[in-house]
Design a protein around this ligand. Structure first.
Ligand SMILES: Cc1cc2nc3c(=O)[nH]c(=O)nc-3n(C[C@H](O)[C@H](O)[C@H](O)COP(=O)(O)OP(=O)(O)OC[C@H]3O[C@@H](n4cnc5c(N)ncnc54)[C@H](O)[C@@H]3O)c2cc1C
Length: 325
């Protein structure tokens, strides 16, 4: 019997394990960090399933494959399908127009529509509403995958995988850099805040020429505020500038956020290839699945399906680039 060993239990590894198990394969998972937690980049994500918005600054596969992610996740965890609202301050309306030119799948909204969608957003005369987008709570999603896999009999080992294993699927994110030399880290900083005084029900993006930011509701007055995108491999600390920008964005959306408690500060490096698209590579007996960049939750389902196609049926999806192996 073939046993597939997934190494790394971030969103990539858990999605791959879930897809393999769903197709009847026998799977085990190795991660020295143990169950999902702050040791993985996946812990710090916003959890926006926003392919239309992301298309503003991404390649076509992100839009196409990202749309398929919504159903994949909805079968495995709670997904809120409430859309995304994009707004800009009056002085930044050219940014809103540029965003509209580069995307589609939105309705233009004005003050009254915005007030109806999000009564606690004031002072925005125009916006874009991406009605088909969704969001999930990444930590809940990781835990749901983890516990479902355990119930299905998948064994999790809290150690690095032994060297001599066959049928390995390497999902170590940035830790696979010694083998995937074109992988880089893109720094992301985020905050988790609590502010029961302000109610937002869906992800809101605030366009800004220097640093576009978003806020994602996590329920019970808790919000994820993110995220910076910095070409830096320093993941030690958040900078004062980033902290100021993140908090100013929240304050610009509603001054009530000035009273928020800062619950968490998160900093991590997104694993990315030069074109910021994920890749599946087979090298010797090992399959590498990596490079999810800022689209961990959006593209993990397509990545996992591509890995399962390759591993179980030797079928090559568009993410496979064995020439580079
Ligand atoms: C601030 C921020 C906001 C983001 N927002 C979003 C968002 O809104 N939507 C979205 O889709 N994406 C978002 N992302 C991107 C997303 O988080 C990443 O693309 C994703 O987490 C990468 O997942 P991964 O599984 O490849 O890596 P990781 O989550 O880092 O997982 C790698 C795992 O490998 C394990 N590992 C390391 N060494 C070994 C070893 N030797 N053996 C076994 N296991 C090992 C680690 O412990 C870790 O658990 C965001 C990222 C950041 C930083």
């Amino acid at each position: 019997m073939t046993v597939w060993s997934v190494i790394g239990a971030g969103v990539a590894g858990l999605a791959v394990a879930s897809e393999l198990a769903a197709r009847g394969a026998t799977v085990q998972v190795f991660d020295p960090g143990g169950p999902p937690g702050p040791h993985g980049c996946s812990w710090w994500a916003g959890g926006m399933l926003a392919p239309w918005c992301e298309f503003e600054n991404a390649e076509e596969p992100v839009l196409r494959l990202g749309q398929e992610a919504l159903g994949w996740w909805a079968a495995r965890t709670k997904v809120d399908r409430l859309g995304t609202l994009v707004v800009a301050n009056a002085r930044d309306l050219p940014d809103l127009r540029r965003f509209a030119r580069r995307t589609h799948g939105f309705q233009e909204v004005v003050t009254d529509d915005i007030a109806q969608l999000e009564p606690d957003l004031h002072g925005f005369g125009k916006g874009l509403f991406f009605v088909d987008e969704a969001h999930l709570d990444p930590r809940r999603a990781l835990n749901d995958l983890y516990h479902t896999l355990k119930k299905q009999g998948v064994v999790f080992h809290k150690v690095p995988a032994p060297e001599a294993l066959d049928n390995v699927i390497d999902c170590r994110g940035l830790h696979a850099r010694e083998s995937l030399t074109d992988l880089r880290g893109v720094k992301g900083e985020m905050l988790v805040i609590r502010c029961p005084e302000v109610t937002l029900t869906r992800p809101v993006r605030l366009l800004h020429p220097r640093m576009p930011l978003y806020i994602v509701p996590r329920g019970d007055g808790v919000y994820m505020l993110g995220a910076t995108m910095i070409e830096s491999e320093d993941s030690d600390r958040i900078t004062a500038r980033s902290m100021l920008e993140l908090l100013s964005a929240a304050y610009a959306l509603n001054p009530g956020f000035g009273e928020a408690e800062v619950l968490e500060i998160g900093v991590d490096l997104r694993p990315a290839f030069p074109d910021n698209l994920p890749r599946i590579r087979r090298r010797g007996g090992r399959i590498y699945a990596n490079g999810l960049y800022r689209h961990g939750y959006l593209l993990a389902p397509a990545l996992a399906q591509g890995v399962a196609d390759l591993a179980l049926e030797n079928k090559h999806s568009e993410m496979v680039d064995e020439d580079r192996a």
